[in-house]
Design a protein around this ligand. Sequence first.
Ligand SMILES: Cc1cc2nc3c(=O)[nH]c(=O)nc-3n(C[C@H](O)[C@H](O)[C@H](O)COP(=O)(O)OP(=O)(O)OC[C@H]3O[C@@H](n4cnc5c(N)ncnc54)[C@H](O)[C@@H]3O)c2cc1C
Length: 367
Amino acid sequence: MTTEILDVIVIGAGAAGLTAAYDIHHDTSFTYKILEASDVIGGRLQKLEGFADFPIDIGGEWIHVPPSILDEIYNDPNENPTDTIETVQYIQTYEEWEDEEWNTYDLWNTDYKFKNYTWFDFFNDWMAPGLDVELNCTVDAIDWSSTPVQLSCENGKQWAAKHVIVTSSVKVLQDHDLGFSPSLPQDTQEAIDEHYMLPGLKVFMKFQRRFYKEAFTFVEDHEDNEIPESDKYYYAATFGQDSNDNVLGMFAAGEPAEFFIGMTDNQIIGNLLEQLDDAYDGAASNNFIEGFVQDWTNSTFVKGVYTYLNDDWDSLGSIPTMRQPLKDRVFLAGEAVPADNYEWGFAHEAALSGRFAAERVVELLDD
Ligand SMILES: Cc1cc2nc3c(=O)[nH]c(=O)nc-3n(C[C@H](O)[C@H](O)[C@H](O)COP(=O)(O)OP(=O)(O)OC[C@H]3O[C@@H](n4cnc5c(N)ncnc54)[C@H](O)[C@@H]3O)c2cc1C
């Protein structure tokens, strides 16, 4: 049986993969397909429905730049998503509980949130329609020794393409899940291995009444506080939403998230309620209705929240190496490979990195 040779295969239907495919689909007549391991699109952008009276982002949630970035990603001179998508500017401060009292601190930048909408909705409603996505297709072998590149999925399906854009997370690449043959060049693999994929989770807790502050954190001691990106904070998930519910979110990444590895959902929620009770006089346990835990550390196809590279903010570190096309056949993209600066980790940067990879592939196909 001969396999059709596609112009482009995109691995992964997260922000990066969907944006790469969107550009190829809308701006060219080249053939392409997205191969996605899971049974849904979105990758680290997913939403929880039915838990509260508004949709909840259980992955990426904030828009860390002005919302016009959504128009830039959609990139259609005739239509702007922000004409219909509502967003709200986030607060500028948070509070910290230390030695039995609250102190107020500035938040580090200006953020926005979707109103009764999510990052997942943006990609699902605006970017994904019409795209050719093959779900449940976990790529486990990529022979890029010659053109076309030959790929196969765990379910036995075979594919061939002139160019492959890989958007899997850095941890998936570090664990060699994609089965590159030959192995990736040493400098590329070293650049990949230089990243640290932060473990992380999100928890949402519904309460009978609102007893908590808008955004807050606790001073905590962690034994091995070596990961500067470590983070753990609570926030009213209802901020800016049309909602009658009281939903408190908790996000942890890095060291504080490692603490929860191996715990059951009930143990995690019990631990958080105990911490909240301490600051709020038992109000958390007394008003708790139900909770939801999204564990990203153990998610099979992502394995963490986002990458941490190094704290030398003037250096792009290993990113330029990761951006180098491999024999013009394989292109790495995604959250850890930002297109033109060192703002990795964000949903919008992931999207733009997919666009950057698609541009380079289209240039080669045009030649
Ligand atoms: C809890 C959490 C909170 C966050 N908060 C924010 C935030 O507030 N604001 C923000 O801007 N960003 C946030 N982020 C980061 C943001 O979500 C990510 O940077 C972005 O979604 C990454 O997109 P991506 O396309 O690069 O990767 P992914 O979304 O990981 O997409 C990669 C895709 O590849 C698929 N895949 C993996 N292996 C294979 C394989 N072998 N075969 C086929 N497919 C495969 C995966 O299933 C996945 O769908 C957060 C992330 C998390 C997890």
